[in-house]
Write a protein that binds this ligand. Structure first.
Ligand SMILES: [Zn+2]
Length: 484
């Protein structure tokens, strides 16, 4: 079988066991990562990436919060536009995991953990990590590491890769992933060589500077990462396992950063609001969270103090204190009418408090003021659904931009809308897409079978269902073959 050809076992070189990297370089096979990309076609690469992303969903929690997604995508787009290969497709997302990690998968899928975002003290620090990951992608380092993968099926490599990149500490690294890793005695690990790291730093810093972020933040953040290893009793941050930071790397980036003229780089509102939201979402001790934001409220610009109040409002909202939350968001929305997050938070509070008419009015106004804001649209859709207005909900959902329409939550919401519209075949069909996008292919197959049992299916629908069933079955067979 194909997998038996995979005899190469690239050992995991744990920081700071750097000499390993040299050995790895010696055993490079003919690589599929040459600059022409000759051994893997762009279509295969995208397929590989999509499969990787689906697998990640089943192994870890990818944030489905559109405000957070939009922010990470916007900073990613800004960087890619100034990278050395702006035409490469990229997909950016946040993983809800306290471990400090960021990673680049195949097909330009770049994930950043909530834990890493919260460790940053400036937006440029976050941008420097993302620029470094973009550098790995544009330099095709991943493919140099997984040449052996060309002898395995795409779904198997994608599952294995997902497990490796999110780190084995992930509590949701489940049975399926473990099986995928063990399948066919697959024992490959990803760890970039020292040369790979330096190259990603070099091209990353160039991208960073050209995207108007602070080049000095790269060595600063690397130093913080390295220092954090002393305080983390549990072990080395995931990021350092796959991207070992050495003294010479820090010195190199420091030297290069100093060649850029010094200036101030203020953080964007998007960064501040995202960090506040992530902190509120991931801090379960209510008093600790309130103290954190109360301290922030005493310092900085009026906008920064407003973000601290927003954080306090979010903590109240998560603790079901709707009146206190509503008052804060009401004030913020009046004071900063150009900030969509404030009116969205106010409307969200009304939804949670079962004031659905008020919520829908607020969302209607917000979509009018921010017509291209997908985060508001998806919340508006959910609010309309709760208010038993599925037809209206469908119209709002379909007006989302295309790049939101491949995510599990999009399909799930569409399935709920069709269920409300009493169209069960459509509902099952989109539930199937939801499960497939979330890496649960078996459940996707079941949903298509349920759809096929519905009466009065027209010819077109039958054709769609047959096509999807065949596709899901073939994906499932690929995975199973490797496990048996
Ligand atoms: Zn790296």
């Amino acid at each position: 079988m194909k997998s038996s050809a995979l005899t190469i076992a690239i050992a995991l070189s744990l920081f700071p066991a750097l000499p390993r990297a040299v050995e790895i370089e010696k055993i490079q096979l003919p690589d599929m990562g040459d600059s022409s990309g000759a051994l893997i076609s762009p279509i295969e690469e995208q397929e590989f990436g999509a499969s990787f992303f689906r697998n990640l969903h089943s192994q870890t929690e990818i944030s489905q919060d559109l405000e957070i997604q939009q922010y990470i995508q916007s900073i990613g787009r800004q960087l890619v536009a100034h990278s050395d290969n702006p035409s490469t497709p990229f997909h950016f997302f946040v993983v809800m995991d306290p471990n400090i990690n960021a990673f680049a998968g195949p097909g330009g899928y770049i994930g950043v953990n909530s834990g890493l975002i919260l460790l940053t003290e400036a937006e440029s620090e976050l941008a420097s990590v993302m620029a470094h990951e973009i550098g790995h992608v544009t330099q095709r380092h991943l493919y140099r590491q997984i040449e052996a993968a060309s002898k395995m099926s795409i779904p198997t490599v994608a599952a294995t890769l997902a497990a490796i990149l999110i780190g084995t500490q992930s509590p949701r690294m489940g049975q399926a992933a473990l099986m995928a890793v063990q399948a066919g005695s697959v024992q490959f690990q990803i760890n970039f060589t020292r040369d790979n790291e330096k190259e990603a730093d070099r091209v990353g810093m160039q991208t960073l500077a050209e995207s108007s972020f602070d080049p000095r933040s790269m060595p600063t953040f690397f130093e913080r990462l390295q220092q954090s290893t002393r305080y983390y009793g549990k072990g080395v941050p995931e990021f350092l396992r796959t991207h070992p930071v050495s003294e010479s790397r820090i010195a190199d980036t420091r030297g290069r950063a100093e060649t850029y003229p010094y200036r101030q780089y203020p953080d964007s509102m998007g960064y501040l609001l995202t960090k506040a939201k992530l902190y509120a979402l991931t801090t379960h001790d209510k008093n600790a969270a309130l103290n954190h934001f109360s301290a922030l409220e005493q310092q900085g610009t009026p906008e920064q103090r407003a973000v601290a109040r927003y954080g306090i409002g979010l903590v109240h909202l998560h603790n079901l204190q709707y009146q206190a939350a509503g008052e804060i968001f009401q004030q913020l929305a009046a004071q900063y009418p150009n900030q969509p997050q404030y009116i969205a938070a106010l409307a969200r509070t009304a939804v949670e408090n079962h004031e659905l008419d008020k919520a829908n009015q607020l969302f209607a106004k917000a979509t009018q003021n921010f017509p291209s804001n997908d985060a508001i649209k998806i919340e508006y859709t959910r609010s309309l659904l709760k208010n038993a207005k599925p037809e209206q909900a469908k119209q709002v959902l379909l007006s989302l931009s295309d790049n939101q329409k491949e995510r599990p939550f999009y399909y799930q919401t569409l399935a709920e809308i069709y269920a409300e519209l009493k169209q069960p075949a459509e509902s099952h069909r989109y539930m199937a897409e939801h499960y497939f996008a979330a890496g649960q292919t078996e459940d996707a197959i079941l949903q298509i079978r349920l759809a096929k049992q519905e009466k009065n299916l027209n010819y077109q629908m039958q054709a769609i269902l047959d096509e999807r069933l065949n596709f899901f079955l073939s994906e499932w067979e690929e995975m199973k073959k490797k496990r048996d």
